[in-house]
Design a protein around this ligand. Structure first.
Ligand SMILES: NC(=O)c1ccc[n+]([C@@H]2O[C@H](COP(=O)([O-])OP(=O)(O)OC[C@H]3O[C@@H](n4cnc5c(N)ncnc54)[C@H](OP(=O)(O)O)[C@@H]3O)[C@@H](O)[C@H]2O)c1
Length: 262
């Protein structure tokens, strides 16, 4: 595409930067919908985050920026406003720069996950979900599932205190969702989702025993690389419906475009 003075710009801030793919997905999306917007990775060390955000605030052809590891939480203290979603999750992955230089942070990770489920014919309404993980992605997915009408959410995490905190946070906001923490049998749930990073490395263990699950169970993983984790391969062997992490960024593009007022 031709980048000119008419082009609106956005950035994705990360440290390290080499693994960042979101800009390619964003650029392909903007092009596919015919928008004159370009996204570029920006390598920003943690100690420079405040300076860089201060500069972006004053750049009048910048519509916003994405944040990924390690900036998703620290970015929050430099913003003027957070959407309820970002506040609940406690992390920001996209920030909009409004014309009055105000910066508004949002989180689309969980919303993208739920949109990905729905795009694959799985509606969380009334579903019982077993979630592994209570980190950043886990919090985003849990709030989005509760918001989307999941009836029960059982959260397992290596740090059990984090799972218990997340379950308490969910119940406080969504009393109709029976959110609890602790181990459980996978076959007692409609949806099993891994939100941990366990499965990114080839020799990682499968993060949950799939027990007697079969075609009635949907097994999802937020990990994007590899596209088919050992968990998903095992689930497919058992006849479960499987959904990989790539659906999340794909489905988030529409949400990001709307949030950034592109
Ligand atoms: N598809 C997407 O669009 C998308 C978006 C965001 C993130 N992700 C992926 O989601 C994964 C998690 O990212 P995050 O941002 O949530 O990271 P995070 O905040 O650091 O959380 C990591 C999670 O993994 C657990 N964990 C890590 N190592 C473990 C181990 N050896 N054994 C058991 N549990 C372990 C952590 O448990 P503790 O709490 O006990 O440490 C925590 O629940 C990553 O693979 C990331 O790439 C995908």
């Amino acid at each position: 595409m031709e980048i000119t003075g008419q082009t609106k710009l956005m950035f994705v801030l990360a440290h390290p930067i080499g693994h960042v793919r979101a800009t390619a997905i964003l650029n392909a999306h903007f092009q596919s919908i015919g928008r004159n917007v370009a996204a570029s990775p920006l390598h920003v060390a943690p100690e420079d985050l405040e300076t860089v955000i201060g500069a972006i605030r004053k750049m009048r052809n910048v519509i916003g920026f994405g944040t990924t590891i390690p900036h998703k939480i620290p970015v929050m203290r430099h913003l003027d406003e957070l959407t309820p979603n970002a506040r609940n999750v406690g992390a920001v992955n996209f920030t909009r720069r409004d014309e009055d230089d105000r910066l508004i942070g949002h989180n689309t990770d969980g919303l993208g996950f739920v949109a990905g489920l729905k795009a694959n014919g799985v509606d969380p309404v009334g579903k019982r979900v077993l979630q592994i993980g209570a980190g950043g992605a886990g919090r985003a997915v849990a709030f989005a599932l509760a918001e989307a009408g999941a009836s029960a959410l059982r959260i397992i995490n290596r740090d059990v205190g984090k799972a218990a905190d997340l379950a308490r946070n969910i119940v406080a906001l969504y009393p109709d969702c029976d959110a609890t923490a602790g181990p459980e049998k996978a076959e007692d749930f409609d949806i099993v989702v891994n939100t941990t990073s366990v499965g990114m490395k080839e020799d990682d263990p499968i993060p949950i025993d799939l027990g007697r699950t079969g075609p009635a169970t949907v097994v999802a993983d937020v990990i994007m690389s590899p596209p088919v984790t050992r968990l998903l391969a095992k689930a497919a062997e058992r006849g479960c419906k499987t959904i990989g992490g790539k659906v999340m960024p794909d489905e988030q593009m529409g949400l990001v475009t709307a949030f950034l007022h592109v």
